[in-house]
Design a protein around this ligand. Sequence first.
Ligand SMILES: Nc1ncnc2c1ncn2[C@@H]1O[C@H](COP(=O)(O)OP(=O)(O)OP(=O)(O)O)[C@@H](O)[C@H]1O
Ligand SMILES: [Mg+2]
Length: 272
Amino acid sequence: MPPPEAKRAVNRSAASLEVDAVTVSFGGLSVLDEVSFSASSGEVLGVIGPNGAGKTTVFNVVCGFVRPSSGRIVWRGRELRHQRPYQLAHLGIARTLQGVGLIAGLSAVENVMVGAEPIARTGVLSGLLGLPRSAGEERRLRARSLEALERLGVAEFAEQHPRALPYPVQKKIAIARALVAGPELVLMDEPASGLSSGEIAELGRLLTSLRGEMGVLIVEHNMDLVMATCDRIVVLDFGKVIAAGTPAEVQANPAVTEAYLGASVESESAGA
Ligand SMILES: Nc1ncnc2c1ncn2[C@@H]1O[C@H](COP(=O)(O)OP(=O)(O)OP(=O)(O)O)[C@@H](O)[C@H]1O
Ligand SMILES: [Mg+2]
């Protein structure tokens, strides 16, 4: 039998998430058409494509918000079927949504504690609702959550309520909530939206620091972020994968240029 380290090394290099011939139709209209790609633990994978290409739908299928009409999502060799979004965290998959989705009635650190649920020995929510939980457990989860806020550089806002905080700070709190339980895969839908170029560069450094620690799948519009941080990129257009490869390969692929040029010409003429 191989030693445990060798086994872990093998698992790390294997594809941990497989999107296998996923088709999604809404009202007879096919939004994803046999989309297949895989993501390995420890890599940063980008999913890009013009508006309406199906990026968020891919994200939603993996999260369990949308059921595919056909095809499979396989996570660490096991098909994910009928999973509810809240069950994902216990499988080691965390996510941040296109908006921020923080709970208004909880402070920043309490929001992050909600993300710590998978590592709690008793329910975090029951704790926040004032139901019995040991003080030691509460302290442990709070400390972990503060560390996550610190990693994102927003620990100073721990006791404040998210609504009062600037949008970029809220986004960082949401990322801290996704990371706090130490997931094996984190999914982010448009993490760069609403951020300044300086904040996007900072986000890029964070994503790079996550490489090797967990798999990262970002659905993103911002090309600079994607090109600078992703190990591999999957390009969607009209619900189909039109290209996949390293940033350099994707940038040099004429089908990609064409898809984006077509999209910009269309939106220009729509705006005219
Ligand atoms: N619930 C739904 N019902 C019907 N059509 C939908 C639904 N969700 C998405 N669509 C359609 O599916 C297509 C893909 O949408 P999706 O949101 O996945 O694209 P996207 O690549 O994320 O776009 P964007 O870049 O604008 O965020 C679009 O034509 C959209 O109108
Ligand atoms: Mg989208």
